[in-house]
Design a protein around this ligand. Sequence first.
Ligand SMILES: *Cc1c(COP(=O)(O)O)cnc(C)c1O
Length: 418
Amino acid sequence: MSSMIVNLACVSCGRSFEPGEVTMACPDCGPDDGILDILYDLDAVHRAWRDDPLEGRAHSHWRYHELLPLDEGAIPHHWQVGWTPIINAKRLAGELGIEQLLLKDESRGLTASFKDRASSVGVADALQRGATTVACASTGNAATSLAGFAALAGLRAVIFVPETAPEPKLAQLLVYGATVLAVKGSYDEAYRLCSSACERFGWYNRNCAINPVLVEGKKTGGLEIAEQCLAFGGVPDWVVVSMGDGCTIAGIWKGLVEMHNIGVIGRLPRLLGVQGTAVAPIAHALEHGELPAANDRTTVADSINVQAPRNWRKAVRALKESNGAIVGVTDDQILEAMRTAGRHGVFAEPAAAAAVAGMAHAVNGGTIQATDRVLALITGSGLKDTRSAIAAGGEPIRIEPTMDALTDAIDRSGARTE
Ligand SMILES: *Cc1c(COP(=O)(O)O)cnc(C)c1O
């Protein structure tokens, strides 16, 4: 563990543990409620960064190693993770009528999703603990990133996916050499089976909701937003994040708060959480303090198609602390946002485009105002779900291989300019 960790605190009962005392959830509250939060000595981090400034460090998320739960010797500096680009989408900001729109493109990593941040830290932790097998249940991206980093590290990966996971994600898992168990049931059932299997067989459990180390990886997205935004006029007014289990938004918030407490940024943004209109349990929990009864409605955005979010408490806490809001988006709005993002150079999978759709929705509804500066997190690549990409993109123009057919087609497409 980083020497700068002070303790681990249970998000339900508040009980705190010494580093090394527990590895997973709070033993009093159990794995469903007793998620732990890792807390650092931020004054010590501040001093370390003063002596060895961030500006001079490698362009990966390991630059924040003092804020990660890894021994110094366990940091895999040679794995390029994080430090993803921020795109200043000026045209789109103009179209929407807002001051600034930044898109942080998380599709650029090893396995093309935001989950690489968590999986890289999880696999490094598994290595430092001497594990030989890592496991997780996932709607797709957590699994593919775990399989990718396990392959890099030479560990065995056992993956539980719901049978309905999109084919490209399954293919990615299999090519990385993971053992893939397609569970005939929901994500929720796959999740429970995986947790039991980890207990039974002693595998390293990569599930973010129970393993506090994983959220620390996701946190680096927030650390980076804070640091990188300094080049774009400072902290945005809103950070927009799509929500499945809620670990991503909670992790982003933790990173932003730590950067604020260390003094890198002078204020905090508000969070806008985005869910499908049909699958919006965190919106319910924000209002009522508990999850709704599960139903069988779904969203095209498979990565956020989560009926019983594991980390809803942390997500709700983050949303409340940030004075944030939640919006719901329809499948049509998500597909439209895939086209919108694409036309500005970002190829997003549905759950990632949901952030763009949610942002547009919040602008139209007046939650985000014309004077606001906004950053939307693009959490995964459009190549992850080609069926949705095809649904969003439409058909090519089919022509005979002749100049006549070409000129005719070009005239009809409106692409001819002279
Ligand atoms: C996992 C995921 C999310 C949501 O993250 P949670 O931690 O489940 O809330 C959003 N977008 C993509 C592409 C994801 O893979």
